[in-house]
Design a binder for this molecule. Structure first.
Ligand code: C2E
Ligand code: MG
Ligand code: MG
Ligand code: MG
Length: 283
C-alpha cells in the first residue's frame, strides 16, 4: 500500500510538472528521440595536464547535445533531465561507444591517446550489468587495459558500501582508473572513500575558484591534498582558469590540472590536432 501511495504521489508530482513546465517536457521528448537515434550527440575532450612537464595525462569525455528543435543545450540542463528521466542510461551507453570508437580510430592511425575518463551518474553506476558492459566495450574496441576510466561523485558511493566496493574492484581489474569527481562538495569523509578502491580525487572547482579569496578554501585544500597523498591517491585540480590559481596550487603540491587555462573541452578533431599530433612531433 505504501508503494501504491508513493506511486500516486509521483503521479501527482508529474501532473504538476505538466502544467508548470511545458518546456521541460518538450525538452525531455527531444532528448528521448536523441537517446534513441543518437542524432545531435557529440563528445568533447578536455585534457588533464601535468603542470610541470606539460604532458597530457588524460582527458575527460564530456557529452554535448545539439537538439534540432532547441539548438545546443547545456549539459547543466540536459544531464539532470537525463538523470531524472532515466534517459541517462541509453545516453551514457551511446557516449561509451562514441568514446571507445574514437579511441580505436586514434590508435589505428598510430596515435597514442591518453586515458579517457567517463562520468557515471548514480543510475549508471548501480546498473547491475555495468561491469559486463564495460568489459564488453574493452573487448569490442580492442582497448588496452585502463584506456577508459570513470568519474563518480561522493554521493553515488555513499551507500551500499560492499556493492560499491565490488563494482569498483571489478572495474579496477580492467585497469580503469576511478576518480571521485567534485570532491569536497559532498558529505563523505576521505577516510571513508579511501576504503573504496578509488585512485584519484578531483578537487571541486569551487575550492580552486576561492583560492586566495577565502581562507577556508586553502585550509580545506591543504587538508585534503595532504591526506590524499598519504593515502596514495592522485589529486587533480579542476576548474583552473587563471595563472594566479595555478600558482597558488603550487603551495598544495597539486600538479595535475584540468581547466580552461590548460585546455578547454574540444571536439575530437581539435583535441587530436592540439594534443595527439603535436605530441607525435615532439617525440
Ligand atoms: P564535471 O564532471 O565536473 O565536468 C567538468 C565540468 O567543468 C565540465 O562542464 C567542464 O566544461 C567544466 N570546466 C572544465 N574546466 C573549467 C574551468 O576552468 N572553468 C569552468 N568554469 N568550468 C570548467 P560541462 O561539460 O558543462 O559538464 C557539466 C557536468 O555534466 C559534468 O561535470 C558532469 O557531471 C556532467 N556530465 C557531462 N558529460 C556527462 C556524461 O557523459 N555523463 C554523465 N553522467 N554526466 C556528464
Ligand atoms: Mg567529471
Ligand atoms: Mg568535476
Ligand atoms: Mg563539476
Amino acid at each position: 500500500r505504501a508503494k501504491q501511495e508513493g506511486r500516486n504521489t509521483y503521479r501527482l508530482f508529474r501532473a504538476e510538472m505538466h502544467v508548470k513546465d511545458h518546456h521541460d517536457l518538450a525538452l525531455e521528448t527531444a532528448l528521448r528521440n536523441t537517446a534513441e537515434t543518437g542524432d545531435g550527440l557529440a563528445v568533447h575532450y578536455q585534457p588533464l595536464v601535468d603542470r610541470d612537464s606539460g604532458e597530457v595525462h588524460g582527458a575527460e569525455a564530456l557529452l554535448r547535445w545539439t537538439s534540432s528543435e532547441f539548438g545546443p543545450v547545456s549539459p547543466g540542463d540536459f544531464i539532470p533531465l537525463a538523470e531524472r528521466s532515466g534517459l541517462i542510461l541509453p545516453l551514457g551507453r551511446r557516449l561509451m561507444h562514441l568514446v571507445a570508437g574514437q579511441l580505436r580510430d586514434w590508435r589505428e592511425s598510430g596515435l597514442s591517446p591518453p586515458r579517457v575518463a567517463i562520468n557515471l551518474s548514480a543510475r549508471q553506476f548501480w546498473q547491475s550489468d555495468l561491469v559486463a558492459e564495460v568489459r564488453q566495450l574493452y573487448e569490442d574496441y580492442d582497448l588496452p587495459p585502463g584506456q577508459i576510466g570513470f568519474e563518480l561523485t561522493e554521493s553515488t558511493l555513499l551507500d551500499k558500501h560492499q556493492q560499491a566496493t565490488d563494482t569498483l574492484a571489478a572495474l579496477r581489474e580492467l585497469g580503469c582508473y576511478i576518480a571521485i569527481d567534485d570532491f569536497g562538495t559532498g558529505y563523505s569523509s576521505l577516510s571513508y572513500l579511501h576504503q573504496l578502491p578509488v585512485t584519484t580525487l578531483k578537487i571541486d572547482r569551487s575550492f580552486v575558484r576561492d583560492l586566495g579569496v577565502s581562507r577556508s578554501s586553502g585550509a580545506i585544500l591543504a587538508a585534503v591534498t595532504g591526506l590524499a597523498r598519504e593515502l596514495g591517491l592522485r589529486v587533480v585540480a579542476e576548474g583552473v582558469e587563471t595563472e594566479a590559481q595555478l600558482e597558488a596550487l603550487r603551495d598544495y603540491h597539486v600538479t595535475l590540472i584540468q581547466g580552461f587555462l590548460t585546455g578547454r573541452p574540444a571536439p575530437a578533431e581539435d583535441f587530436e590536432a592540439r594534443y595527439l599530433r603535436s605530441a607525435l612531433v615532439r617525440t
